[in-house]
Design a protein around this ligand. Structure first.
Ligand code: PGA
Ligand code: ZN
Length: 420
């Protein structure tokens, strides 16, 4: 049934880092209204769709989004109000056409994505369905509750500590269910907090809710994670809890070298470091282990570690089907991170997932460091059947909104848990 849009209304709100973002409301004919909050990243890939910011130094240090808000409330509203769409794909295509640029630079990917998400939510309500039941699906990937990757220790641009590696996550691969996975994440997080406090480290939090102590090396962090997993009463390994890393290595890659502490690692040394970590610790997934613009490093990394560990492309893939397609041809990575705001419409993120699935690439659905309490990606990952999500620590409202939504979905439907 077609969904007739009556109105689109955006306002400037705040994300979890005190930076402006958009909340977009779509009203359907008859008055049904749904809203969506737009996420925003800090360690962004250079080919992400353009997040439109005002650049006015007198407001939010140039970070305001009033132009994007205005685009929703004028051009996008003018295009959509009174029009009916049969599907999310049709709505998204109309937005892409209206923008007219290859990277959504004119209207802003933030304005477009908010409209896309709010439309999906409104249409689901209109059909009397849960969002996950309404969203399109991927042939061959059934509904699934994902393994959560809890980012329990933050570094890189997400924390003020000396750690170059950005994210240290724990993944309860062997949990029997979503509630047990969430429980494991929370119990290990609490155990880690006690261990850090007992050794005199800060238990202050980074942007994604993980601790941000003054640790300097990835080995120190992995030692602590293994200890916290054991202290909390869990085993490590495929039948228990494993570690996932996102070094976000583009952030410390300068002139062909990976700058870690006092060392300037060559490409070979960086890959050897990751290999050493995989050999020594229960690590199952590494994201952005090579810099986004270094194809040769990515290919070597994939050749050398791709059989042992999941290698996730984030900054280099930007959830962009055209870029991912080229990367698949080039033998880069074996999984993709999926962030809806990197590409700017829900439909194109689904296209990226479909492409990955068809080519045997795993998909990890992801939040951004700047989030809102909108749990959209929880429904999204269940609908896609990807089996993996990273959405921060099991702490802070904007992170637990997603985990709690997954618990709510678990309670309402009998779905399998685990990797796809
Ligand atoms: P971002 O980081 O949301 O700050 O870009 C997340 C990531 O690199 O995965
Ligand atoms: Zn990343």
């Amino acid at each position: 049934m077609p969904y007739q849009i009556e109105n689109v209304q955006a306002i400037e709100t705040l994300d979890s880092r005190a930076k402006p973002t958009l909340q977009v409301a779509v009203t359907l004919a008859g008055g049904l209204r749904a809203t969506a909050g737009v996420p925003s990243g800090a360690s962004t890939g250079s080919r992400e769709a353009v997040e439109l910011r005002d650049g006015d130094p007198d407001r939010y240090s140039g970070q305001g989004v009033l132009k994007a808000v205005s685009n929703c409330n004028t051009e996008i509203r003018d295009l959509l109000s009174g029009r009916a769409f049969d599907s999310l794909a049709a709505l998204d295509q109309a937005l892409i056409d209206l923008d007219g640029t290859p990277n959504k630079a004119r209207l802003g990917a933030n304005a477009i994505l908010g409209t896309s998400m709010a439309f999906a939510r409104a249409a689901a309500i209109a059909d009397g369905k849960e969002l996950w039941q309404w969203l399109p699906t991927i042939e061959g990937q059934a509904y699934r509750l994902p393994v959560p990757c809890f980012n329990v220790l933050n570094g890189g641009v997400h924390a003020p500590n000396p750690l170059e590696f950005q994210e240290f996550m724990i993944s309860p691969l062997g949990a029997p269910s979503m509630p047990e996975a969430v429980r494991a994440g929370a119990e290990v997080y609490s155990a880690l907090k006690k261990i850090l406090a007992s050794r005199g480290y800060s238990t202050g939090l980074g942007d994604e809710g993980g601790f941000a102590p003054d640790l300097a090396t990835p080995q120190q962090v992995c030692d602590l994670l293994v200890e916290a997993i054991t202290t909390a009463g869990y085993s490590h390994g495929r039948s228990g809890i494993m570690i996932a890393l996102d070094p976000a290595s583009s952030e410390f890659h300068k002139d062909g070298r990976y700058l870690i502490g006092e060392s300037q690692l060559s490409s070979e040394q960086m890959i050897a470091l990751l290999d050493e970590l995989v050999e020594r610790y229960p690590i199952w997934s590494i994201e952005d282990g090579a810099a986004e613009d270094d194809l040769a490093d990515w290919q070597t990394l994939t050749r050398e570690l791709g059989d042992k560990v999941q290698l996730v492309g984030d900054d280099n893939f930007c959830t962009n089907p055209a870029i991912i397609s080229e990367a698949i041809d080039n033998g880069v990575a074996n999984a993709a991170l999926i962030k809806v705001n990197q590409i700017g419409t829900v439909t194109e993120a689904i296209d990226a997932i479909r492409l990955c699935h068809t080519n045997g690439y795993a998909q990890m659905v992801s939040h951004r460091s700047g989030e809102t309490p909108d749990p959209f990606i929880a429904d999204f990952v269940v609908a896609m059947g990807s089996g993996q999500i990273k959405t921060g620590a099991p702490a802070r409202g904007e992170r637990i909104a997603k985990y709690n939504r997954l618990l709510e979905i678990t309670a309402s439907a009998s779905l399998p848990y685990g990797l796809a």
